[in-house]
Design a protein around this ligand. Structure first.
Ligand SMILES: [Ca+2]
Ligand SMILES: [Ca+2]
Ligand SMILES: [Ca+2]
Length: 235
């Protein structure tokens, strides 16, 4: 019995240590702010797209990032394009096509399309977002100064961040979704892979981090109580 208690204690401590090591990593990786600054995307999941596979430059996607924040039922995206140059019309339209049930069809009523217009100005990067269902009906719209303003290379007029709530996407927490991103309504550049490929993603449950924290605390308390019990038995 004593051996079993010691074994359980050791196992609990091992799990506690693993979870304690994992928890700060999760917490540090999730702090997206819609503010037109982009250092918050460092370390987030992303796919690079080749530069030079679409013309003009303003429709040439170079990277797509996605993330969600702890305790917030939103999906966040950031799309970067090739430097569009300082002249002419720099406006670009993106669509994030979401197959919410991952059945290969993106045009069912349960599916979604996040339509984005990004227009870099001299001091702000204006972003307007409309969320449509797979049939094209408008669900909601929003926007903000969420992009790079016009400017020089390498980042001037290139990056835009935006979001869509779980509610507007019609998804539940931890639901697996499949998505791809296209510029100019699929006539410009697509990511990933300029094919019909898509990214599969299960946004972390809104309360997942809290659950993990509580789980770690319970594991620590369990380990301590069992250790204390073992010590008491020795006396
Ligand atoms: Ca940001
Ligand atoms: Ca590209
Ligand atoms: Ca579908």
């Amino acid at each position: 019995m004593k051996k079993r208690i010691v074994s359980l204690t050791g196992r609990s401590l091992s799990w506690t240590l693993i979870l304690l090591l994992l928890t700060p990593t999760v917490a540090l990786a999730a702090a997206i702010a819609l503010d037109g600054s982009f250092s918050d995307w460092d370390g987030q999941p992303n796919i690079s797209d080749p530069i030079g596979d679409a013309t003009p430059n303003r429709v040439d996607i170079s990277a797509v990032y996605w993330a969600n924040n702890p305790g917030v039922s939103n999906t966040y995206f950031m799309v970067q394009r090739a430097f569009p140059g300082g002249q002419g019309n720099q406006v670009v339209y993106y669509s994030v096509f979401i197959d919410t049930n991952c059945n290969g069809s993106f045009s069912e009523s349960a599916d979604r399309r996040i339509f984005v217009a990004y227009s870099p100005q001299n001091n702000i990067g204006a972003v307007v977002v409309a969320i449509l269902n797979g049939s094209g009906s408008l669900i909601s719209s929003t926007g903000g100064n969420w992009g790079d303003p016009r400017g020089g290379e390498p980042n001037g007029g290139t990056r835009a961040e935006f979001y869509a709530s779980f509610a507007d996407l019609g998804i539940s927490t931890n639901q697996q979704i499949c998505f791809y991103v296209a510029s100019y309504q699929n006539a410009g550049d697509t990511t990933p892979g300029d094919t019909t490929a898509s990214v599969t993603w299960a946004p972390i449950p809104a309360m997942g981090y809290w659950f993990l924290t509580i789980f770690v605390i319970l594991a620590v308390l369990t380990a301590w109580s069992r250790k204390a019990f073992t010590g008491w038995k020795k006396r």
